[in-house]
Design a protein around this ligand. Structure first.
Ligand SMILES: Nc1ncnc2c1ncn2[C@@H]1O[C@H](COP(=O)(O)OP(=O)(O)O)[C@@H](O)[C@H]1O
Ligand SMILES: [Mg+2]
Length: 247
């Protein structure tokens, strides 16, 4: 089982690329679990699946659990309810943390639920919010592949570079860290390569700009029918190169 986490600045394409990757892995090595860890979630929209009840909502149910009943058992049942089943890929939403206060207990419950669910899947993909909240809070304990997404802009690349450093500091045991520069057009490539080299970013891949992705997004439509597109193919190649080769 491999855990693949996406990180990066807002709007750079984390949700788009995690969806394409989830779709591809679902065809080559199912079953896949896609986790929407962004409170402003839209992974469901991209995958064409509807998250109704999320894990944060499940946590609020724990308040009513009678004394003497194991909260973790109740949470396990609730987490199953939150799971949206699809073809080759299931989806679960973390939701928005509810109310003020310490999330330590909530986080530990989420961690347990995730590790319990993890046993049923070949690949787990986590579409993170712009920060690294779930990663830095330890909800997601071990990551095999950290994919940091950036657009071709300087701000995205700087944010990506910082996330790479943060991952080092937090000692996230990622077997592999990779930068995915998204929405790249042909004419940008030479200058981008130079910039990445000068920033000391060596392990990277490009995903082309795709008009169809833009149009589907404008219509609020799932990312279906893109298998022949250059962007999908780039993601598929990446899977073959780094994910399907992880032992
Ligand atoms: N390769 C691409 N080509 C064209 N548009 C893209 C591409 N990747 C992402 N987009 C568009 O960029 C915007 C942000 O993408 P999204 O995946 O929601 O980013 P994030 O999850 O990082 O906030 C969306 O409008 C999306 O359709
Ligand atoms: Mg997103």
């Amino acid at each position: 089982m491999t855990v693949i986490a996406f990180a990066g600045k807002g709007g750079v394409g984390k949700t788009t690329l995690s969806s394409l990757m989830a779709m591809h892995l679902a065809t080559v090595e199912p079953p896949v679990l896609a986790i929407d860890a962004d409170p402003n979630s839209n992974l469901g929209e991209k995958l064409g699946m509807d998250i109704g009840f999320d894990l944060s909502a499940a946590l609020t149910c724990l308040r009513d659990v009678p004394e003497g009943m194991a909260k973790h058992d109740v949470m396990a049942v609730k987490a199953r309810e939150a799971l949206v089943e699809g073809e080759g890929v299931d989806l679960i939403g973390m939701g928005r943390p509810q109310g003020p206060g310490c999330y330590c207990f909530a986080n530990s419950v989420l961690r347990d639920v995730l590790s319990m669910m993890a046993e049923s899947y070949r690949h787990i993909l986590i579409d993170n919010e712009a920060g690294m909240e779930h990663i830095s809070r330890g909800t997601v304990s071990s990551i095999d592949v950290l994919i940091v997404v950036s657009d071709p802009g300087m701000a995205g690349l700087r944010a990506a570079s910082r996330i790479m450093d943060l991952a080092e500091e937090l000692e996230i045991a990622a077997t592999r860290k990779l930068l995915l520069v998204n929405s790249v057009t042909e004419d940008m490539r030479p200058a981008l390569r130079e910039r990445l080299t000068s920033m000391g970013l060596r392990d990277y891949a490009f995903v082309p700009f795709e008009h169809d992705i833009r149009s589907l997004n404008m219509e609020g439509m799932p990312l279906v029918g893109l298998e022949q597109s250059a962007a999908y193919q780039a993601v598929a190649r990446l899977c073959d190169r780094i994910i399907l080769s992880v032992p």
